[in-house]
Ligand binder design. Structure first.
Ligand code: EPZ
Length: 415
């Protein structure tokens, strides 16, 4: 199995470019099932989750052709409505096929996505919404079986602003009869991007980016071309890399409005941030201070940046506290950071991080995607050499991470 080898790096400097967003591309790819025709998608990152989604779409009759970061997907024909265990078990995003298949085929049979290291990841809110739209739901043999001849618009209240449930229900509602209102909806930029993609094809979605999304069902959708938004979590990870090494540089292909909570926190810690239309400059040459963080649904501090800041806050002055309110088990990286000399104590959903720790290079393991990113960041500032296994987790969400970080001076390579 490949490993990432990192040696203590000088302050990172230079320009680094973000890829397209994994968490925007996955629902948009699932949504291509809704359209009888060929859609053209730009800025699609090369990631294992994307490849697995394309495998599922091809198995359902989609004709997927990739040319670099451009994808064409043609669902003139849709064959079947089952997403089997093997590919589904590899990534959570596969459950996003449920809404489009239920809408297009009147049926969706999806292998239960199951849990993952960061939590048990239930799907009750998705099912509550599908049921409100008229679907019959059966569970058995590890599958969720949804059926409904014709979905009917409904008012749905989400007990938690679930990103996936909001996306699945938007996709189920766009071709349903009548109006659907999703209350307490998630407002992440990836949901707005999905809605923009669907509206470009003739859907009637409004309120995306707020806590109430309205969808008026239409008869059909016309294929379109769409460029997926850039990856705000990759951008936040690169900002953290400049910060943890005391560097100074520019992150391009990023919308500053999508990373506001992260840049605001870095400014509070003493970094100098300059925002431009499609790029951000970070100057972290001054020593950064500690900070307290509470992860929240957008526009709060993103849970997907919690692990990266856990590493960064080991290096800053003073003690910091992080409260993880979104997932119940998202501190798997803490044990590995402590192996590197960090002093982080977990108390339920909170972690207390002692700063000013001189981390030392060690053999560590990535147990989940963002936890793996935090170990890469720690390796950049740890004395000596860090060897990270579990690289397959990192490859799910970062395109060419070693190559990109090397281009700004990181001492990192894939073995
Ligand atoms: C999406 O996951 C992202 N994944 C996650 O990114 C991200 O961490 C998460 O949203 C929160 O922002 C993709 O977009 C592919 P949720 P999702 O439904 O949709 C509970 C990464 O690192 N919940 O908003 O699965 C759930 O247990 C990944 O890129 C229910 O209780 O997240 C969790 O505690 C990790 N019932 C909370 O809501 C449900 O039916 C947030 O989950 C659904 C969710």
């Amino acid at each position: 199995m490949s490993k990432i080898i990192i040696k203590k790096s000088d302050p990172l400097t230079g320009r680094i470019c973000c890829s397209g967003s994994k968490n925007a591309a996955l629902p948009i790819l699932a949504a291509t099932i809704l359209t009888k025709g060929r859609s053209r998608l730009y800025n699609i990152p090369r990631l294992s989750d994307i490849e697995n989604m394309l495998e599922l779409l091809s198995g359902l009759g989609g004709k997927c052709v990739r040319e670099g970061n451009i994808l064409t997907v043609d669902f003139s024909e849709c064959r079947g409505y089952t997403a089997p265990y093997e590919p589904v078990s590899k990534f959570r995003g596969s459950f996003l096929l449920a809404g489009p298949l239920l809408s297009r085929m009147g049926r969706a049979r999806i292998s239960m996505p199951g849990g993952c290291p960061i939590g048990n990841r239930p799907i009750d809110l998705h099912l509550k919404g599908f049921s409100a739209l008229g679907a019959e739901i059966e569970n058995g043999h590890g599958y969720v079986d949804l059926s409904c001849k014709r979905l009917k618009g409904a008012k749905i209240y989400l007990d938690f602003p679930s990103v996936g449930a909001t996306e699945n229900l938007i996709m189920a509602a766009v071709l349903a009869d009548g109006e659907t209102v999703i209350e307490n909806a998630a407002a992440e930029p990836e949901i707005t991007d999905l809605a923009d993609f669907l509206n470009q094809q003739g859907a009637l979605i409004s309120g995306m980016g707020s806590d109430t999304v309205n969808i008026i069902g239409v008869k059909d959708l016309i294929p379109c071309s769409h460029s997926v938004i850039s990856d705000r979590i990759e951008a936040g990870t690169f900002m953290s890399a400049f910060a943890i090494t005391g560097g100074c540089g520019e992150i391009t292909n990023v919308n500053p409005l999508h990373v506001k909570p992260v840049t605001a926190k870095l400014s509070e810690m003493g970094a100098k941030i300059q925002e431009h239309e499609n790029s951000i400059n970070v100057d972290a040459r001054a020593h950064l201070s500690s900070a307290n963080i509470k992860t929240l649904p957008f526009p709060g501090f993103p849970t997907d940046m919690q692990a990266q800041f856990s590493a960064l806050l080991c290096e800053t002055e003073g003690t910091s506290i992080i409260v993880e309110t979104v997932f119940e088990n998202r501190f798997l990286h803490v044990g590995e950071l402590n192996r590197m000399g960090a002093n982080i104590r977990i108390d339920g959903r909170s972690s207390v991080i002692e700063g000013n720790k001189k981390l030392s290079g060690s053999k560590v393991t990535a147990f989940d995607l963002r936890g793996g990113a935090s170990l890469v960041l720690a390796g950049l500032c740890a004395c000596g050499e860090t060897e990270i296994s579990g690289v397959e987790h990192i490859n799910r969400g970062y395109e060419n991470l070693c190559g990109k970080l090397s281009s700004i001076g990181a001492n990192i390579f894939l073995e």
